[in-house]
Design a protein. Structure first.
Length: 276
């Protein structure tokens, strides 16, 4: 499979096409594709989904994707490398980390809220104008517009729900999931007794309630979410093992390595080497 590279930290361009110019390509960068007009299907990593105007897709490094277009389609394409994410001083860095890590699990549009769809449509309109007119400070303007789109996309992705959560899951389980994600670095707050007290339910009921709503145990969800974040640190940051251990509330490197190996089957060092 051919590989597509990026030669600047940020590339922004408009396309009006009848055939996808790049198919069966593997990228070494992130790509946001906004559908301005047109319909068809988008395929990423073997998953195919229909698209229409207003959809926003995120393709992560090493994903393989392409579009099957039905007639003329217009796209706004934003490409950026990992260095672009690292250079910008994001205040809510965890949202950007979710963008980096979790988007590869998604195949559909990452815009699910009407308010976000309207905001991104407006940002894209301003981005189109900036591209078409070479005014003073245009490069800075384009970066600010792109950053706003990235933050909105990241916010949409940041809520990581269990794979088999009920489609009509009630509000309380969503609040519990939010609480777990907010406190994932503080193990004391994620003990069953602490969560049960926070939501005024009995510890015994909490376990059965979570399993009924999410089709997995609450302990498994907490461990899996923590593992995913640790994986991200290993892949996308320069943090050392003892720094990661401290961040997630482990007593030392030995403790985090035992936890990681128990759930992942290899040490943190082995995982990092394998991912290079």
């Amino acid at each position: 499979m051919a590989k597509e590279n990026i030669y600047q930290s940020l590339e922004v361009f408009y396309e009006k096409v009848t055939v996808c110019p790049l198919r069966d390509r593997q990228f070494n960068f992130f790509e946001l594709v906004y559908v301005i007009s047109g319909i068809g299907n988008h395929e990423v990593n073997g998953n195919k989904v229909a698209f229409a105007a207003g959809d926003l897709f995120l393709i992560t490094p090493h994903d393989a994707h392409g579009f099957d277009l039905e007639g003329v389609c217009e796209f706004m394409v934003v490409r950026f490398g990992e260095s672009y994410i690292k250079e910008y001083q994001w205040k809510s860095i965890d949202h950007i980390e979710c963008l980096l890590y979790y988007a590869s699990h998604l195949s559909g549009s990452i815009l699910t809220h009407t308010g976000d769809q309207q905001t991104v449509a407006s940002l894209i309109s301003h981005l189109l104008h900036a591209i078409a007119h070479d005014h003073l400070y245009n490069e800075d303007l384009k970066r600010h517009l792109v950053n706003a789109i990235i933050v909105i996309a990241a916010r949409s992705i940041s809520v990581v729900k269990p794979e088999h959560i009920l489609p009509n899951a009630d509000a309380r389980i969503l609040q519990i999931l939010d609480y777990i994600q907010e406190n994932i670095r503080q193990p004391g707050r994620l003990k069953i007794a602490a969560i049960a007290e926070k939501f005024s339910i009995s510890p015994t009921y909490l376990g059965s309630y979570f399993r009924d709503q999410c089709a997995e145990s609450i302990q498994h969800y907490i461990s899996s979410y923590r593992i995913r974040l640790i994986e991200h640190r290993l892949r996308f940051s320069d943090r050392r093992v003892h720094e990661i251990a401290e961040e997630f509330g482990f007593s030392d490197e030995s403790h985090i390595n035992k936890f990681f190996k128990r759930h992942h089957g290899m040490s943190l060092k082995g995982f990092k080497i394998a991912g290079k």
